[in-house]
Design a protein around this ligand. Structure first.
Ligand SMILES: [Zn+2]
Length: 154
């Protein structure tokens, strides 16, 4: 798959694996926390000019298909990202992400006194699809997407 932008080619296309496009600028490092453990070659482009977003980040992961859990985490960080599965240099599948309404045992609550941080209680958050904010089921603390994006369990 060839990624072309107004200024040309930013990342070498991959023959097989997963590409994540239309990531908000600056979010690639949060995505890397999620997918970076894989034993794969990963290429990242930061602040690539984009007609749609102004600037965007890109993450290409060679020879790896993301799990549903990884996709759910990516959807929390960047619900409008475009995920493509590449095989034989072609897009085999486009995955449409959507932010989950609830996140179970994925986000670490920002409140140090929350029961989920003090006892062995799995976290549970409700996501407001419009604002992207997450509310803790237990302590009712509200976190912005910016806040919980870097507090996702890996
Ligand atoms: Zn909490």
């Amino acid at each position: 798959m060839v990624k072309k932008t107004e200024r040309g080619l930013y990342i070498k296309p991959i023959a097989k694996g997963t590409t994540i496009d239309h990531l908000p600028a600056g979010s690639a490092f949060k995505i890397l926390r999620i997918v970076g453990k894989a034993d794969s070659t990963i290429t990242v482009a930061i602040r690539v000019p984009s007609r749609k977003l102004g600037v965007k980040d890109l993450v290409f992961i060679e020879n790896k298909i993301l799990s549903d859990e990884e996709l759910e985490k990516i959807a929390l960080i960047a619900p409008n990202a475009t995920v493509n599965i590449i095989e034989n240099n072609e897009v085999k599948q486009k995955i449409r992400l959507s932010a989950p309404k609830e996140a179970h045992n994925i986000i670490v609550c920002i409140n140090p006194n929350c029961i989920t941080n003090r006892e062995n209680v799995p976290s549970r958050f409700y996501i407001d699809i419009k604002t992207g904010k997450a509310k803790c089921h237990y302590c009712e603390r509200i976190m912005s997407r910016e806040e919980y994006s870097s507090r996702i369990r890996v």
